[in-house]
Design a protein around this ligand. Structure first.
Ligand code: LM2
Ligand code: CA
Length: 481
């Protein structure tokens, strides 16, 4: 049953070469989707504001990304690890990633490029520093004292387990009223605290932000989030981080009344199919696997936590990672969020920074992976845009690692994750006859394709050979004139 695939080194290298090339970033009007149809999110993890702005203009807009999710922008504790961002000290928009002015300018630039901005909002807690200190922007704080925002009366002290820490995830009260890794847990049931949190989010909305990823949502009752949301000055996109855990009392479905919710099972299951089971099983991937309703799920191969904690595919898996992302971007379940990482060798390591821990500008050739620029991933964003609303049709599998399907009338993907090439075969797409760019191996720009062209005949078929651990993808947004 279980099957561990062994690839020859030579084959793996050949694959890496073809699937890992960065995409061409020449502006391509064809990639731009009609307004409202661009769903794909990219998480530019720990990028500074100047680099995010530049990426919106040069890559995200042209490639058709709908949203950029940025790391927490508020004042945080000092030091080097990436996770400092998850220890708020104040709600000043002043961090290692940049100033308020730089943040504002980034939002404006991304909007001009047609990309909306989602902020990772840390609202469950403040810092985890027992002795307090001075924050990045100079604010003096104590573990339970944040001048101008909170005093000791605004925090939970659950007093379980000999301290205030969460130990037992099977206890709803504990998960929501004790401390997540010593992080001072806000009394989100208090109107004062809710008003402060809404004040922070409203400040971000006044800067033009479009939505929020609500960090540690499972650690707040859904009703508390609803109360904070009701204090927002205008509507905003919301995605809640609720990590599904086997047998736990707090369920992701409790949160769908507030907005979207992350479906954490997706990336783990997808990795298992690629690593040790069968792509053929993906035929009904989504709700029938017990997942959240697709219209409210945000899915990802990995995020900044799961890529460190294991059990998922990451940039380290190279070609297999590209194929898993191609599947995610072609398959209609959920809203896909593409991960973009900095290179790391230990869990805590911060992003490339200067001596003062200010995050350096992103350079995609060193220190940063820029997975969202890999040709396969970047070009499948336009596939996602072009196939919005089209159902899956014409599913094919060989029982194992070769699958294919169309998005009715709009696009077609086949993935061959066997250790051997599949040759001499034709595929039924149901697509209009014509010449299409294979966007896995080529970039479509100004009506021409830099890679192989696939010809769909008058009956909707094409013939192609697919190498081992490779794919072919075509869609109506990349059709040659
Ligand atoms: C999240 N979602 O619910 C974030 O996605 C995740 O990255 C955050 O953890 C977490 N919740 C809190 O916002 C990260 C990181 C932790 C780190 C915390 C706080 O994974 O390792 O904890 O941020 O910065 C670190 C230390 C931990 C220490 C804590 C407080 O690793 O040992 O606890 O700081 O000082 C004593
Ligand atoms: Ca809490």
């Amino acid at each position: 049953m279980q099957r561990r695939r062994r690839r020859s080194a030579v084959l793996a290298l050949g694959l890496a070469a073809s699937l890992l090339v960065p995409t061409s970033v020449a502006p391509s009007p064809a990639a731009a989707a009609t307004p409202g149809s661009k769903k794909v999110i990219v998480q530019l993890f720990e990028w500074n504001w100047t680099s995010v702005a530049n990426e919106c203009t040069t890559v995200l807009g042209p490639k058709g990304y709908g949203y950029v999710q940025v790391s927490p922008p508020q004042e945080h504790v000092t030091g080097n690890p990436w996770w400092l961002a998850y220890q708020p000290v104040s709600y000043r928009i002043e961090s290692r990633k940049g100033t308020r002015a730089q943040f504002q300018s980034m939002v404006n630039t991304c909007h001009t490029a047609g990309v909306k901005v989602i902020v990772d909002a840390v609202v469950n807690h403040m810092s985890g520093q027992d002795n307090g200190g001075t924050g990045w922007a100079g604010t003096t704080y104590g573990h339970y004292n944040y001048p101008g925002n909170y005093g000791s009366q605004d925090f939970h002290y659950c007093g379980r387990n000999g301290n205030n820490d969460i130990v037992n995830y099977n206890d709803r009260y504990e998960v929501q009223n004790c401390e997540l890794v010593n992080l001072a847990d806000l009394k989100t049931e208090s109107d004062y605290v809710r008003t402060k949190l809404a004040g922070y989010l409203n400040d971000l909305l006044s800067l033009g932000v479009d939505g929020f990823r609500l960090d540690a949502s499972k650690h707040m009752p859904a009703a508390d989030i609803a109360a904070i949301k009701s204090k927002l000055s205008r509507s905003a996109y919301i995605v809640q981080e609720v990590i599904w855990g086997a047998g736990e009392p707090i369920q992701p479905t409790e949160y769908t009344g507030n907005g979207d919710v992350h479906e954490f099972r997706y990336g783990k299951d997808l990795a298992r199919m690629f690593n040790s089971e069968r792509l053929a099983y993906l035929k009904n991937f989504g709700e029938s696997w017990g997942y959240l309703p697709g219209g409210q799920a945000v899915v990802f191969t990995d995020n900044h936590d799961t890529q460190r904690d294991g059990g998922v595919l990451t940039y380290r898996d190279r070609g297999e990672y590209a194929l898993a992302n191609a599947f995610m971007l072609a398959w209609p379940y959920g809203t896909p969020a593409v991960m973009s990482s900095f290179t790391y060798s230990n869990r805590d390591q911060g992003p490339p920074s200067d001596a003062g821990n200010r995050t350096l500008n992103t350079t995609c050739y060193s220190g940063w992976e820029c997975e969202h620029r890999w040709r396969v991933i970047a070009n499948m964003v336009a596939f996602n845009n072009a196939t919005q609303g089209a159902a899956v049709a014409n599913w094919y599998d060989n029982g194992w690692q070769h699958i294919a399907f169309s998005r009715a009338g709009k696009g077609y993907l086949t993935i061959n994750d066997e250790d051997f090439a599949i040759t001499g075969r034709s595929y039924y797409t149901g697509l209009p006859a014509g010449r299409y760019c294979d966007v896995i191996h080529g970039d479509f720009s100004n009506g021409s394709c830099s890679g192989p062209v696939i010809t769909v005949d008058g009956s909707g078929w094409f013939a192609a050979n697919v190498n081992a651990h490779d794919a072919v993808a075509i869609h109506v947004g990349a059709k040659l004139p």
